[in-house]
Ligand binder design. Structure first.
Ligand SMILES: NC(=O)c1ccc[n+]([C@@H]2O[C@H](COP(=O)([O-])OP(=O)(O)OC[C@H]3O[C@@H](n4cnc5c(N)ncnc54)[C@H](OP(=O)(O)O)[C@@H]3O)[C@@H](O)[C@H]2O)c1
Length: 233
């Protein structure tokens, strides 16, 4: 149990599992008062119990963001993990899924920055696809790339509030389950044997980086790549 966030408030946007949950748990362990927000507050309440305050927000809906901002008032740290990834080969991608991806991970965070009253740090999420393009991940890559550039611009506009992004590599949060058990095992084995870290990342690896971005008072405008060195391969 640490004290990095003693008397601090932290808003974490995302589902009550995966990376968002690890960030919530890390912030709680460091003494923060945590608000978890997502499209379904009841799901968050069921997932976290009384440990956190559950709130509703849809990051693609400005009225929803403004309503959250009014209910919260000033908040010290904000982290958004919200994502609606547009995976697929170019021939299968449609405008709607690309727009939804951008709306969730790029425009949404821009509107959060505009409407919330953030006093210390804002942490966004990018992802390894931006740094290592791969066939079938065009939509994910361009969304994450835009999140990186948004991070830099926001760090200037929101100064002295610090703005950073975390770019995870392959983390087993359930998002790879769509590959099926054998497909996922093969995919993970490939990364485990090829990346310089020789393993798949954990949600704790990512939460640790988020806490660093939230607390290091000289860090702003950067994307921390916590990806096992995957783009180097
Ligand atoms: N896991 C990985 O391997 C990996 C790799 C690279 C990057 N990342 C990035 O890391 C972040 C967290 O990843 P993750 O795997 O833990 O979770 P994830 O599956 O990407 O979770 C994203 C969650 O965002 C919420 N969301 C979607 N649209 C929203 C909206 N309009 N408003 C509010 N919330 C919305 C959804 O929760 P509800 O369904 O509960 O609403 C969704 O489950 C994401 O940004 C992801 O792109 C992950």
């Amino acid at each position: 149990m640490g004290t990095s966030f003693q008397d601090k408030s932290a808003l974490v946007i995302g589902r009550p599992s995966g990376i968002a949950r690890a960030v919530v748990e890390a912030a709680l362990a460091e003494g923060a008062e945590v608000v978890a927000a997502g499209r379904d507050a009841q799901k968050l309440r069921d997932g976290y119990g009384d440990a956190v305050r559950a709130e509703t927000v849809d990051v693609t809906d400005d009225a929803s963001i403004q309503a959250l901002a009014a209910r919260l008032g000033p908040v010290d740290h904000v982290v958004t993990t919200a994502s609606a990834r547009a995976r697929g080969l170019l021939g299968d991608l449609d405008r709607e899924s690309l727009l939804q991806s951008f709306n969730t991970k790029v425009i949404g965070p821009a509107m959060l920055a505009k409407h919330l009253s953030i006093t210390e740090s804002f942490t966004l999420f990018s992802g390894v696809a931006a740094f290592k393009p791969a066939v079938g991940y065009l939509g994910v890559a361009i969304t994450n790339g835009a999140a990186d550039f948004l991070t830099r611009s926001l760090s200037l506009e929101m100064a002295p509030v610090r703005v950073n992004a975390i770019s995870p590599g392959v983390i087993d949060t359930g998002i790879w389950d769509a590959l099926g058990e054998p497909g996922k095992a093969e995919y993970f084995e490939h990364f485990r044997t090829h990346n310089p870290a020789r393993r798949i990342g954990t949600v704790e690896d990512i939460a640790q980086a988020v806490v660093f971005a939230m607390t290091n008072r000289f860090l702003t405008g950067v994307t921390l790549r916590v990806d096992g060195g995957e783009p180097l391969t």
